[in-house]
Write a protein that binds this ligand. Sequence first.
Ligand SMILES: Nc1ncnc2c1ncn2[C@@H]1O[C@H](COP(=O)(O)OP(=O)(O)OP(=O)(O)O)[C@@H](O)[C@H]1O
Length: 528
Amino acid sequence: MALAGATGTAPAIELRGISKAFGPVQANRNIDLVVPRGTIHGIIGENGAGKSTLMSILYGFYRPDAGEILIGGQPVTISDSQAAIRAGIGMVFQHFKLVPNFTVLENIILGAEDRGLLRHSLSRARGELKRLAEEYGLQVDPDAAVEELSVGHQQRVEILKALYRQADILILDEPTGVLTPAEADHLFRILRGLKDEGKTIILITHKLREIMEITDNVSVMRRGEMVASVRTAGTNPTELAELMVGRKVLLRVEKTPAQPGAPVLEVRGLGMVDADGVERLRGIDLEVRAGEIVGIAGVAGNGQTQLLEILGGFPEPGARLQGEIRLNGTPLPLSGTGADGRARRAAGIGHVPEDRQVEGLIMDFSAWENSAFGYHDAPQFQNGLLMDNAAIRADTADKMQRFDVRPPNPDLAAKNFSGGNQQKIVVAREIERNPDLLLIGQPTRGVDIGAIEFIHKRIVALRDAGKAVLLVSVELDEIMALSDRIAVMFDGRIMGERLPASTTAGELGCLMAGLEPAAAPATSGGTE
Ligand SMILES: Nc1ncnc2c1ncn2[C@@H]1O[C@H](COP(=O)(O)OP(=O)(O)OP(=O)(O)O)[C@@H](O)[C@H]1O
């Protein structure tokens, strides 16, 4: 089947026979890819399939072991990112590469000025930035410090930075993972606008909904190979999921009704003021019972992060706390030190933090070392007074097998696993301890469909074993699918609680925006 896009013109990008190995891992194997000009091209694949490696080759981060790159029909050698920029390629990374305390304008011209890419004086650069921002709906304040911007606005700065360098091809690596639904909608409008201007866009995502909504063509990678490239209009999510994983995948969570028992977690009047004097949590009352999954819905930044951190025993330094937390009826201290975190793990709280790279893993340490964090003093890991490294390694290898972490090598440093596989290492560590209460933040961020299915099943199995689960996710679909009860947070408060069967995404969306449903427009299908 021919791909969607202009015929008769050279493709914007053509890759021929690209291969790349990291030691024994063949990350890309003989990859061919054609991206027609003026199209949005999705790239999907399981964690570790080789998507980021392929894009890093295109952006000059890695040199391929073999293969050819053609841009606009011309063979090019992309030896570094400057060469990529000269070839008209811009990249927006999962983890932004901006200088936080520089302004937007400074970030945009940074690095362009000394390579002949600064096309204007500073004042004209400002004018150019304004023009680009207006043309593509990328409004940001040029004089704002980047660290003060929301994540969505920081992403706009990254896109503007690429456009300022006259990128014709824009690669976005999981751009919506960090965005609210409204920000994601806005991003898609921007991408459509860029396409209408003739730009070519490559979008790496795990979300098939996004693929179906915005792409013209989609290519599927599996275990380092390109297994299919199809027109989006000629496929569907089920077929794509099967192509990715090589087997049938359930695109929904199967679970029986909850049988809640005694309260495991009781939170009363929890308040928190951060070191800058900003009130982050206001009088939170919350209960999670044995055999129940309570989901916290909310737009990122409304206190969910602080709530999880406090419950896990790791509040921000300098935070002032008040209120009461009980685990199985026993009050927990609110002092907030690392020691509290360890004590809470010992008392039966498992914690998958929202940001795995900052809080969940030490990136330079091996998988087996990471796998023991917080639990190294468990009896099965002790050999007399020493840690039994061989036992930890063997335990890690076993978990890696069962959670399908790829590659299943306990000695590999955490930083050398793909994002989704890093997440599986953290989730395996916490779930496998069989905690009474599992705190789990953004469990499937950056995780592929097969692994989402697996992680969701494990969360439900923990619940069915009579454990309590507190789930925080910005993915409303995930909250709706997994939760037995949903609490919505806005501005540090719980706006209300709902049962998934008797609410709608519309009603939850209103609560997430701080609107009382009574004041909100009626939602179709609402039964209350
Ligand atoms: N610098 C590196 N050193 C060693 N191995 C690496 C390195 N970078 C990537 N790999 C390995 O190459 C394979 C492909 O990784 P890549 O990051 O390209 O996958 P991905 O498809 O982008 O995954 P994800 O969806 O999880 O981001 C993985 O097995 C990964 O562990």
